[in-house]
Design a protein around this ligand. Sequence first.
Ligand SMILES: [Ca+2]
Length: 377
Amino acid sequence: MTTPSNSHASLPNAGRAAAAAILGAAMVLQGACGRTAPPRAEHRAEGPVRPCLADRPVPGPAPSTAGMVYAAPGRFVMGGSPMRQEEGPPRTTRVGGFWIDRTDVTNADFARFVKATGYVTQAERPLDPKAYPGLSGDQLKPSAIVFVGSSSPPGADPGQWWRVVQGADWRHPEGPGSSIDGKDALPVVQVGWEDAMAYARWLGHDLPTEAEWEYAARAGGPPTRFIWGDRPFDDAHPQANVWQGVFPAIDTGADGYKVEASPVGCFAPNRLGLYDMAGDVWQWTRDWYRPNLDAKSTDDPSGPAAEDALAPGDPAGHRHVIKGGSFLCSPDYCYRYRPAAREAGPGDTGENHIGFRTVMRLPAPGAAASEPARKSH
Ligand SMILES: [Ca+2]
């Protein structure tokens, strides 16, 4: 299958400042009047959102493995897709043992963190005018990036289906007219990398490295195209929350979720017991992003150094790797709900299809006395 080399997310993932600079007059900064433009694809009916994992443990700030599973040390084939240069050649990679959240962090989880700490996310803060001298006063206001849909054909300018929206944040994922009321079980979105890391540190956790994330997603299986094997996505028996139809105009919602995230844990877990490692929302990793991988770094790799991860022309500067794809990934365009796929998240804000989960690098169950904790990345 051939797919466009550019991503649906490539332009806004440069960050809100970069989007402002690139989109120019095409960008709409939204005030308190609601959505910038209605999405072409209709959302599903409003109403309570039922959780899919009724027994999901609640993470706590004390070091704890509640809601986590252990990934034993091992080797796996990382990367492997010839269709995207940035995914690199297949390479056998070693990863140490670690605990990882069974699900993405939810709105309820993040709300507990904010209530306990008073934390203010990146999307809720204005940009520093000294750091962004080219932006106007309006463009410096708190904002985040929102998918609004388009009738444009795939391959067109991604700026046509993204907007930088003032007032969009984790409590208002699509702008001031939206909310997370009744959506406790959905993955938190509109959180930047800093926000995800702050949450992880609050729990005494960390974000996974890209290698840890992909190792956990593949879960000890052969190097298949998808986490469930090599079978394509099946509309009749959906394996994940992704996009069905013609991106970015029509999502049929055959998987039950049309242009929206699903509650965590609504689709079958992988072999390790992890939910939503394909689709639903992208997940932040700890690693800095660089398009060209160092394929020789195969011993518990943790990505390039910050100074090697500069994004030319991007006023947001450095960016981090996101993995897993999202509800906006379709076979005909993004196609990044594969474990080898990778993208760069925005450096200075969130998007309404990026969330995260955390890890802890502690010994295996029952091995605390004999197995030392791993190094911190
Ligand atoms: Ca869907």
